[in-house]
Ligand binder design. Structure first.
Ligand code: FAD
Length: 406
């Protein structure tokens, strides 16, 4: 006999953990196992989702976390984005997006990934319905007549657990996705992202900045004050890999001066820069996301370039949609792993996924082109974003996660 769970989630990164919380809130009687390769109880474990990055959650994502019952734990660490300034180096006009246009409390919120991780994992560990197996690594799973048998390696021993549904949320490099023979379409990017927190000499006033420069897009996201650093931003600097490596090595003073030369002083004078980290970037999509008894979720299903800050927001909507489909099946006593059921999930989320991919691809193409014509198109885009109310409202709605169908 094996321990049996209704659902087994592989990976307690931001997506796997969010799905676990969502399922738990909706179906408190469901028996879940979450398997994570990292030792979550070690406070400084460099778990890939919960590293030094910050995430821009759309307003829509904050509402989803509210429904899940998690927003009250996340909100104290979240900084509202009330305005976004979008500008292009060498072009005098900047577009301004404002929450007031759609009467929203905020366009979105910035949360440090570590804080998000604490909120998610505390929620999971408080529950009796979820067995959190960490550190443990799922090495394989195979279909049986009544579901799947999941093999895992924990504390130098092999263990098998059975389930109706395996959710593979083990990240971009997904070993399990490869193991079951699902191929991905990968677009290599020339860019890497340089991540750091910076302190400036004036309040951020809940304004985020996106600036398109010769070297690549730069985003500054407002962050909550920390100790003596009152005015902070999370910096995401997209650069050619070699330039990224160079800027990782230069001294702080030189780095700040290089940043100012591209970004200007629109957010104030940068006083301090924290630890700098590099993230390799790819865009990838799994060719299949569902099979009998199995769903691929999060970065394992689709890894997006962070230029439009949509990756996690999209995955959270995927997780919420999967929850509602499973909820109906659970109410009816249906098999949670049936292909017909998982097809319903895919049908509901397909368009959202395609459009977010197209949008991200479009932003990336347009804003990394250096030739004159695309730059003119981009500047026309900024003008229309600033001057055409209908374009502005639609763009804000998309950014805030209110429309996935722009
Ligand atoms: C620089 C950067 C900035 C970003 N900014 C934003 C943003 O502002 N807004 C936004 O919406 N998105 C953003 N994203 C995207 C977002 O970070 C990802 O969507 C998210 O991290 C994906 O999480 P995940 O849980 O799918 O994968 P991961 O974070 O990779 O988690 C996978 C987990 O699975 C575990 N695991 C792997 N294999 C196994 C196994 N065999 N058994 C058990 N466990 C296993 C791993 O240890 C890991 O914890 C950004 C991405 C980058 C790179």
């Amino acid at each position: 006999m094996h321990d049996h769970f209704d659902v087994v989630i592989v990976g307690a990164g931001m997506v796997g953990a969010s799905l676990a919380c969502s399922l738990l809130t909706c179906m408190p009687a469901l028996k879940l196992a979450v398997v994570e390769a990292f030792p979550l109880k070690t406070p400084d474990a460099a778990l890939s989702s919960y590293d030094a990055r910050s995430t821009a959650l759309s307003w829509g994502s904050s509402r989803l976390f509210e429904k899940i019952g998690l927003w009250s734990s996340i909100a104290p660490h979240a900084t509202a984005i009330n305005k976004i300034q979008v500008s292009d180096q060498g072009f005098p006009i900047a577009a301004r997006l404002d929450r007031d246009r759609l009467n929203l409390a905020a366009l979105g919120y910035v949360v440090e990934n570590r804080k998000l991780g604490i909120a998610l994992l505390e929620y999971i560990t408080r529950s009796d319905q979820i067995e959190l197996l960490a550190p443990a690594t799922v090495t394989d799973f195979r279909p049986t007549r009544s579901g799947s048998l999941v093999r895992l390696h924990q504390e130098n021993a092999e263990r098998e657990i059975s389930t109706q549904l395996v959710v593979v949320a083990d990240g971009s490099e997904s070993g399990l996705r490869q193991k079951i023979g699902i191929h991905t379409d990968v677009e290599e990017c020339k860019h890497a992202a340089l991540i750091a927190n910076v302190s400036v000499d004036r309040p951020h006033s809940n304004m985020a900045f996106e600036r398109f420069t010769e070297s690549g897009p730069i985003a500054l996201l407002p962050l909550a004050a920390y100790a003596e650093d009152l005015h902070r931003y999370a910096l995401v600097f997209h650069l050619h890999r070699t330039e990224c490596d160079r800027l990782l090595k230069v001294g702080d003073e030189e780095f700040i001066s290089q940043l100012h030369s591209r970004f200007g002083y629109r957010a104030g004078r940068i006083l301090k820069v924290g630890e700098r980290n590099k993230h390799e970037l790819i865009q990838a999509r799994a060719r299949e996301q569902i099979r009998q008894g199995c769903v691929i979720l999060g970065n394992a299903a689709h890894t997006l370039h962070p230029v439009a800050a949509q990756g996690f927001n999209l995955s959270l909507r995927d997780a919420r949609c999967l929850t509602s489909v499973l909820f109906r099946a659970h109410e009816n006593g249906d098999d949670l792993g049936s292909l017909a059921l998982l097809d319903q999930y895919m049908d509901l989320q397909r368009q959202d996924q395609v459009r977010v991919h197209q949008f991200t691809h479009f932003v990336l193409e347009l804003f990394t082109m250096k030739q004159l014509v695309p730059r003119l198109v981009r500047q026309l885009g900024l003008l229309s974003l600033d001057f055409l109310p209908a374009v502005k409202s639609e763009f804000i709605a998309f950014t805030a996660g209110l429309r996935s169908d722009l």
